[in-house]
Design a protein around this ligand. Sequence first.
Ligand code: SAM
Ligand code: SF4
Length: 336
Amino acid sequence: MISHAAGNETRPKLVDRFGRSIEYLRLSVTDRCDLRCTYCMPKGFKGFEEPEDWLTFDEIERLLAAFARLGTSRIRMTGGEPLLRRNLSELAGRIARLPGIRDLSLSTNATRLDRYAESLKAAGVSRINVSLDSLDAECMEKITGHDSLPKIMAGIMAGKAAGFSPIKINMVALRGINDHEIDGMVEFCIAHGFILRLIEAMPMGSTGQRASFLDLGPIQARLKEKFDLRPQAAELGGGPARYLTTADGNANIGFITPMSQHFCATCNRVRLAVDGTLYLCLGQEEKFEFRPLLRGGASDAELEAAIRVAIELKPQKHDFREKPEKVIRFMSQTGG
Ligand code: SAM
Ligand code: SF4
């Protein structure tokens, strides 16, 4: 379905069958990663996409330009670990320059961010989300499979020095593994001016299904009391997180609760995997293959028509709770 946006915005908007406006695309630039977070990618995983099947920068630029003509205004580069894709800053610059793209961001584990922070910022990436599940080196080794904390901290501080704003810290809360560190992480983020987002583990792939799920409802109530947090009215990124703010309004904490309180009714996003597969929902199988069109000589008009067809496939909601064994692909393959 296509409608037209209000106000000065003249571009058509993509609206799905359930009336949701789809203006956000998460772009996975690689399905590979230098870490092996227990809830995400299994150790010894071999099922990576072949390089000849990766969309090239030209293909990505062309497809995202078509999305932008249909109203997509926000892009997040993700993966796998996006900083493993060679020349990512060049791609970032090409995306940032596309007419209609107003916001370009990056999700990263930050192990390589100290090398690339400045060039990414210069290329037009304005804000970053960094995965950080613990401030304890041993715990991070247990979760990520590597002695990753020193590199990650160097990356985060390089991101801060480069001027990304905001910097959001994503912490997947795991019962019995890092839940005792939540308060320490709140204090760390307040001290550095980062926005903490606590995330419930989703049953994506065997890794996600085995994760030590923690319901964030009671945690939210406890933190509210302890840190005197209040509901945050302002929009902080247009995503699924619900935010609380400190009494002075200087610090915000987000809760992403796909399991205990799902937010499908306001889902505004789709995910493009590295091989050109568009996934319409994290928790469902609906997808649309764009690589054959891009490599088969499709015109711009045909690409736009295909995007409209794909958006019609977007399902109403995930059923992670009802069917936790359903999604066999890992988060790293979809582009989380
Ligand atoms: N490698 C980058 C990173 O870790 O930020 C980007 C990709 S990663 C797949 C994106 C986000 O997905 C991270 O915040 C990670 O914690 C989250 N994630 C991965 N598997 C998950 C799962 N099963 N449940 C909830 N979040 C998950
Ligand atoms: Fe890699 Fe990110 Fe998945 Fe961890 S969460 S294994 S860093 S893709």
